[in-house]
Design a protein around this ligand. Structure first.
Ligand code: TYM
Length: 359
């Protein structure tokens, strides 16, 4: 895409499938049509050539989430692979909106894949916890949102991210400790008009100014200059963002302003959604406890929820599925119980991140 060309398709509530960061809805019995979404969002489909290229460059079999098409769409992945080939640095950026005590099964998808990317490419990773976003959108206090950020950090740490290469931050805390992060937020806020965020996110005049200005806060970690203590003040390290495709509107906006503020357009790799327990017409979401299997659910809760809904599989498969979920979540519960407050503090302290290609 040439600089100055816009990447911002308009929000339309009349389309059959609806996907934005807060709502996912399909009228079709088979769920979201992801090919149509690629066309609508203007991203690119991940094809076999890209997967083979990743395997050839890394000398490693591609992750099954990639081989099975769960990660199905991208922006500028070829550029990231060229950097890797030329031994140039890049970093990973992903995040979580801490709206509840624990994360759910769907959230595991981007985080498991991010861990694989970090290990395969040996790159640093920043993880944004948008406690500010969840306070602004949800009926929780700002203190609760910040506490959930720390609780959710335990789920993330339990997945085994390398402490020497990973920085997890709460917006509320990091904004007040890093002027460079806030400077980038201001730059994005100055470059994006109300009319643009209205077009991208569907905001209207009744939305709070907190909501309207928030996208700049999710955009800012895409620029390495937001992390002077992590990247030895290098301002132009490109970034790759793994996420489900609901987060793409933020990064379309970010890519549109990146060059104007002296940054590099972030690359993005998108996954499909783990569906809600009730059916494929929406995504698993923390705002509906009955639609989701949380990473803190007990074996009994997993069984009850699965039987109550029974859409994940037909009856014969249900027992197999319940046992599998109990095994995965049970292991996660054990790992999470080992994460101490001190460990959370270590991951959340800004420090130099190790990486063989960031010098
Ligand atoms: P949040 O907390 O809604 O979701 C965290 C991550 O999980 C993905 N996700 C899902 N993936 C598969 N199936 C699902 N059912 C499902 N539900 C959610 C999301 O796409 C996301 O990758 N505003 C963001 C937090 C954030 C962020 C980021 C996310 C800040 N910076 C950078 C990704 C990348 C949020 O509320 O995510």
């Amino acid at each position: 895409m040439k600089s100055g060309e816009t990447e911002l398709p308009e929000y339309s509530s009349s389309d059959e499938d609806f996907v934005d960061p807060w709502h996912v809805a399909s009228k079709s019995a088979t769920g979201i049509d992801y090919d149509k979404l690629i066309t609508k969002f203007g991203s690119q489909k991940i094809d076999d050539n890209l997967i083979t290229k990743i395997e050839n460059l890394t000398g490693k079999r591609a992750h099954h989430l990639l081989r099975r098409g769960v990660f199905f769409s991208m922006r500028d992945m070829h550029g990231i692979l060229t950097l890797y080939e030329q031994k140039q640095p890049f970093y990973l950026y992903t995040g979580r909106g801490p709206s509840s005590e624990a994360m759910h099964l769907g959230h595991l998808i981007p985080f498991i894949f991010t861990k694989w990317l970090q290990e395969t490419f040996d790159v640093p990773l920043v993880i944004q916890l948008t406690d500010d976003e969840k306070f602004i959108w949800n009926d929780i206090t700002v203190e609760e949102a910040n506490r959930y950020a720390h609780e959710n950090a335990k789920d993330i740490i339990a997945l085994g991210f390398d402490i020497n290469k990973t920085f997890i931050f709460s917006d509320i805390e990091y904004i007040s400790s890093c002027p460079e992060f806030y400077m980038n937020i201001c730059k994005v806020q100055k470059l994006v008009t109300y009319s643009q965020v209205k077009g991208i996110f569907g905001f209207d005049v009744s939305d709070s100014i907190g909501k309207i200005s928030f996208p700049a806060i999710q955009a800012a970690p895409s620029f390495s200059s937001s992390f002077p203590r992590l990247f030895k003040s290098k301002k132009d390290i490109p970034c790759l963002i793994p996420c489900a495709i609901d987060q793409d509107p933020y990064f379309r906006m970010t890519r549109d302003v990146a060059q104007k503020l002296g940054g590099v357009k972030p690359a993005v790799i998108h996954s499909t959604f783990v569906p809600a327990l009730q059916g494929v017409q929406t995504k698993m979401s923390a705002s509906d406890p009955n639609a989701s299997i949380f990473l803190t659910d007990t074996d009994e809760e997993i069984r009850i929820k699965d039987y109550a809904c029974g859409v994940l599989a037909r009856e014969q498969l249900q027992e197999i599925l319940i046992k599998l979920l109990q095994k995965i979540i049970g292991k996660h519960r054990q790992n999470r119980a080992l994460v101490t407050k001190e460990m959370v503090k270590q991951y959340m302290t800004p420090r130099n991140l190790e990486c063989s290609i960031v010098t």
